[in-house]
Design a protein around this ligand. Structure first.
Ligand code: ADP
Ligand code: MG
Length: 238
C-alpha cells in the first residue's frame, strides 16, 4: 500500500488548468523531491495534498484512505511552507505545542513532544523566546519543529530553505537528511535547487506546465532523462 497516492489530479483556477492529470504514488518512508520551473504547479499540488485547495477532479489517498474531501486537519500530514509564519505573540515553545493543543493532545504529551523536537533541532535555548527575537534560520528551525512535533504519515515541505542564506541552507539540508534517516518518515519536498534534489531524494518528480514529465530515482532522472527539458533542468551530461 502506498503512503501517498495521487490519482489523475486536476486543478483549474478559472479557465486555467494548473494541474493536468497528475498521478504519483510513493511508498512509506520515501523522500520524494518535486522539481520544476516557477509557475508549473508545484505549490498547487502541495496545497491539494494538504487539503488547502480542493481539487477539480481526481483522488488523493494517504495510507490507503481516500482523503480527497477531507479538511487539512483531518489528513494525517504536517507541512512546512516557504513563508513559515510563526505566531508572533507566542513563544517558541507555544508555537511548537499549539498544533498539538488544537488536536487535544494532553499536556504531558505536548511537553514531551516539545522536548523531543528541541533536542532534534537543537533549539533548547530558544524555547522561551518570541519569533521577533529569532534570526531567519532559527525561525525556520522552529517552523520545522512545529511540523515535527507531530508524527504524521506524510510531511510536506514547499521550498522550506529558499529564504535562507547559502551556508545555512547546506546545514539545514544535512539536518533534514539526518532527520529522514532517523525518523523514516514519508516526505514530499519541493525545491528548485538541483543539489538539494540530488542529495535528498529517493525519488524525483520533474514537473512542467501542470504535468509530471518523469518520476524516478535521482540516478535515472539524471542519467536517463526522458527529454531535453528534463536533461536541461537536471543539468544532465549530454
Ligand atoms: P509553482 O509553485 O510551481 O511555482 P504554483 O502552483 O504556485 O507554481 O502556480 C501554478 C499556476 O497556478 C500559476 O500560473 C499561478 O498563477 C496559478 N495559481 C496558483 N494559485 C492560484 C490561485 N489561488 N488562484 C489563481 N491562480 C493560481
Ligand atoms: Mg511554489
Amino acid at each position: 500500500m502506498s503512503a501517498l497516492d495521487i490519482q489523475n489530479v486536476r486543478k483549474d483556477f478559472g479557465d486555467e488548468r494548473v494541474l493536468k492529470d497528475v498521478s504519483i504514488s510513493i511508498d512509506s518512508g520515501q523522500f520524494l523531491i518535486l522539481v520544476g520551473p516557477s509557475g508549473c504547479g508545484k505549490s498547487t499540488l502541495m496545497n491539494a495534498i494538504a487539503g488547502l485547495e480542493p481539487v477539480t477532479s481526481g483522488n488523493i489517498s494517504i495510507d490507503g484512505e481516500d482523503v480527497t474531501w477531507r479538511t487539512p486537519a483531518e489528513r494525517d500530514i504536517a507541512m512546512v511552507f516557504q513563508s513559515y509564519a510563526l505566531y508572533p505573540s507566542m513563544t517558541v515553545r507555544q508555537n511548537i505545542s499549539f498544533g498539538l493543543e488544537m488536536r487535544k493532545v494532553p499536556k504531558a504529551e505536548r511537553e514531551a513532544a516539545v522536548e523531543r523536537v528541541a533536542d532534534l533541532l537543537q533549539i533548547f535555548p530558544l524555547l522561551e523566546r518570541k519569533p521577533a527575537q529569532l534570526s531567519g534560520g532559527q525561525r525556520q528551525r522552529v517552523a520545522m519543529g512545529r511540523a515535527l512535533a507531530r508524527e504524521p504519515k506524510v510531511y510536506l515541505f514547499d521550498e522550506p530553505l529558499s529564504n535562507l542564506d547559502a551556508k545555512l541552507r547546506v546545514d539545514m539540508r544535512t539536518e533534514i537528511k539526518k532527520l529522514h534517516q532517523r525518523l523514516g518518515t514519508t516526505i514530499v519536498y519541493v525545491t528548485h535547487d538541483q543539489v538539494e534534489a540530488m542529495t535528498l531524494a529517493d525519488c524525483i518528480a520533474v514537473m512542467r506546465d501542470g504535468h509530471i514529465l518523469q518520476l524516478g530515482s535521482p540516478e535515472e532522472v539524471y542519467n536517463n532523462p526522458v527529454d531535453m527539458f528534463v536533461a536541461g533542468f537536471m543539468g544532465s551530461p549530454s
